[in-house]
Design a binder for this molecule. Structure first.
Ligand code: ACM
Length: 738
């Protein structure tokens, strides 16, 4: 649906109405808009005039191509003329970094800026002023806009490591960031689960480190060739977007260690992990070979990325391998370092000197403050204002990311939440404004794939863009009105943006005991999401049957559901597996309530629904530190021959198997007879994802009224574990009685 503004009608309106149009169309809202008289008629006889230097000519071509794409009007770039024209002009009197002045008058449009960055933003504003739709002549109401951003760092972080993002999809995001005047793409290129940037000197980083084997045996991954990187960096440069690469060190390095085991202190072969969390395989700080490797990698990275910044991560570093390594102990001794935190600080500062020798500034997550940071480093705050306060007091420049984690479900961090967040409000920022570079929104991709990436980004990123460009505007209703004028354009570009304040789809699978059937209820973020499903285990397609808000589903089977919008799949499919059994729908009581974050429904363990491979999927029930002790009233006494439960370990996320699982029965709920008590040898340092089934098989059927299951929590995470001294989680998904 294109909305077309027709020139003569607009001219008949008051000047105020024209001003309202200009303001309604623009995001971010400019500093100052003054409405003029009349309008500029844009048609194919209009010429674009620009300075002759390469960048100005490139910006003129970008404007020409944008107008042709959006309006179908093909303009020429040419020499100065008395005919109606669009002029780009360098004018040192326009004040401010990235600032521009855009004047639309009946005879001419002028974009003036002190430098080419401002010139380019003026062009983006002019493109947003074009009435939506194609025509031979389009009318742009007269206006004068004076505009400049408040913060110089307005960014988004894309995590290409957990799920690879194809080149074309990265470029599409750069187009959108640039449209809304975001100027930094922070590109998270390496992590435990994948190394995504080809390095000539170390080919195994991508031949081994870019690929992992998923739980179902499939291979997944991908990487960018150096030519892909150059293309993307160049594409971004043309659009005023700086690409800052992140090469994680010393932690989040499992993929590199999988490729070259000698990089870690134990030097043991490992696989590229296929689960999420924090992993202990890190670069060995004691070995000179580690620094030679990182120096070589940074050589190639520095050559590929012209940005003056290189991000080295440095977050979430479990240091037990350092503590246990002779070379690292030697290093701590030689450098007189206070423990492994001091070694981390020494590591970061050594890399910082390496980067500074190339003219690059180090950026790191706020852990670089631990053990002391050099004040020339830029700190990216993610853990909170206390970290920001430390960085500012230490004299560091700062980027704030903490309030803008876009991997947060939309319902919990809405477009309006982002719009209303002032990330620099804490008293810690008082008197330190000159150290604040700006902010960015990280999109971690554990649960983000190319299918839902845009729904997680937009429209929330658009709210962030306005917040950082123009913090003086606060009227969310007005922003929302302007945002809604963007949707037709985003639709025309086939952007799979998401809802403003709801998740794309939230499922609930309930067992309906009286009717002995399961029911899926789906809350859809857009009314026009179609839910397609299968019951034979195959992937739903746009041809599979659909349901609306409710699907009644009688037969125990594997149900798979996937949302589509306009025929396009929006998310990976969600599987629901239901199993008929004798505990189904029976009264269940807990001695200790589960952790409210992982409680599910009161009858989650007796609804017949099996959990997926993610403890976060709402189907697993979890206890933090506590034991599971649950009693089922089988009402009346019921014969059965087996009991089966599953427990999950993902130690990187602090979820451990129980130490012991016990099944007992009773006829009165008071005296219990133990059927089976199973000890489990739990290795908290085993970071692989695993699910352990604990099954009791009776030689002859047991008849009982009450069944009690207990599972003993592992307890405190041991020294050497990332969560040492904190309680482990215990997870189970279902009690199946046959
Ligand atoms: C982070 O979220 N680990 C920076």
């Amino acid at each position: 649906m294109h909305r077309r503004l027709v020139a003569p009608m607009l001219l008949a309106f008051s000047l105020l109405a024209q001003g309202a149009h200009a303001q309604a169309a623009l995001i971010p809202q400019p500093d100052r808009i003054e409405v003029g008289h009349g309008s500029f008629a844009l048609n194919r006889s209009v010429r674009i005039v620009a300075p002759t230097d390469r960048r100005a000519q490139e910006i003129a071509a970008f404007l020409r191509d944008g107008i042709r794409e959006d309006s179908g009007i093909a303009l020429r770039i040419g020499a100065a003329t008395r005919q109606p024209h669009i002029e780009l002009r360098i004018d040192p009197s326009v004040q401010g970094e990235e600032a521009y002045r855009l004047t639309v008058a009946p005879q001419r449009v002028e974009i003036a800026a002190a430098d080419d960055r401002g010139l380019f933003w003026g062009v983006q504003t002019l493109r947003q002023l074009l009435p939506i739709g194609h025509g031979r002549t389009l009318s742009i109401p007269a206006v004068r806009i004076d505009d400049a951003p408040r913060y110089p760092w307005r960014g988004v972080m894309l995590d290409a490591a957990r799920h690879f993002i194809p080149v074309a999809l990265v470029k599409q995001q750069i187009d959108l960031f640039s449209r809304y005047k975001l100027n930094v793409l922070h590109w998270h290129l390496t992590d435990d689960q994948g190394w995504r940037i080809a390095i000539r000197k170390y080919p195994k980083l991508t031949s081994v480190g870019a690929w992992r084997t998923e739980a179902d045996g499939s291979r997944s991954g991908g990487f960018y060739t150096q030519q892909d990187i150059r293309d993307i960096v160049e594409y971004a440069r043309q659009r005023n977007v700086m690409v800052v690469p992140e090469i994680e060190m010393p932690g989040h390095a499992s993929a590199a260690v999988a490729a070259y085991p000698s990089l870690s202190c134990p030097k043991q072969p490992i696989a590229v992990p296929a689960t999420w969390g924090v992993f202990t395989d890190i670069y060995c700080a004691g070995d000179e070979a580690t620094f030679a490797f990182l120096h070589d990698v940074l050589d190639e990275v520095a050559e590929l990325f012209p940005a003056p910044y290189i991000h080295i991560g440095a977050d979430e570093v479990p240091k037990q391998q350092w503590a246990q390594s002779a070379s690292s102990q030697q290093r701590m001794h030689d450098q007189r370092l206070a423990g492994v935190d001091g070694l981390q600080s020494w590591f970061v500062q050594r890399i910082q000197r390496d980067l500074e020798a190339r003219g690059k500034t180090l950026v790191g997550w706020d852990e670089i403050l631990e053990g002391g940071a050099d004040r020339n480093a830029v700190v990216e705050m993610w853990r909170g204002d206390a970290e920001a306060a430390k960085a500012l007091a230490n004299g560091n420049r700062l980027i704030v990311a903490g309030p803008f984690y876009l991997d947060t479900p939309i319902e919990e961090l809405t477009t309006q939440d982002i719009y209303r967040t002032n990330p620099f409000a804490s008293p810690a920022f008082a008197g330190h404004q000159d150290q604040v570079l700006g902010a960015e929104a990280p999109l971690w991709s554990e649960y983000v794939t190319p299918r839902n990436l845009e729904a997680m980004l937009y429209p929330r990123v658009i709210a962030l863009a306005e917040r950082l460009w123009n913090p003086d505007v606060h009227d969310y209703a007005d922003f929302q009105r302007r945002l809604r004028t963007q949707y037709p354009w985003l639709d025309a570009q086939h952007i799979a943006y998401g809802p403003e304040d709801r998740d794309l789809v939230d499922y609930k699978l309930d067992f309906n005991a009286p009717h002995h059937r399961w029911r899926v209820r789906a809350a859809r973020g857009f009314d026009d999401i179609a839910l397609h499903y299968t019951v034979d285990g195959s992937e739903p397609t746009a041809q599979s049957p659909t349901f609306g808000d409710v699907l009644d589903h009688y037969v125990p089977a594997t149900l798979k559901v996937a949302p589509f919008r306009h025929g396009v799949p929006y998310l990976p499919s969600q599987a629901f597996q239901a199993v008929d059994n004798k505990a189904l729908g029976k009264p269940l009581t807990y001695l200790t309530a589960p952790d409210p974050h992982y409680a599910g429904t009161a009858t989650q363990l007796v609804d017949g629904v099996i959990g997926g491979d993610n403890f976060n999927d709402g189907l697993w029930v979890g206890w933090r530190g506590n034991d599971l002790d649950a009693t089922i009233d089988l009402k009346p006494a019921t014969p059965f021959h087996s009991i089966q439960m599953r427990f999950l370990q993902q130690s990187g996320s602090w979820a451990l198997l129980p130490r012991r699982v016990t099944y007992a029965v009773s006829d009165d709920g008071k005296t219990w007879r133990t059927l089976q008590s199973t000890p489990i040898a739990v290795d908290p340092m085993d970071l692989r994802a695993m699910i352990r089934t604990v099954r009791f098989d009776a030689p002859t059927p047991v008849t009982a009224r009450y069944l009690r299951v207990t599972a003993q929590n592992f307890g405190m995470l041991p020294p050497g574990h990332e969560g040492a001294g904190k309680p482990a989680h215990l997870f189970t998904d279902e009690i199946l009685v046959q």
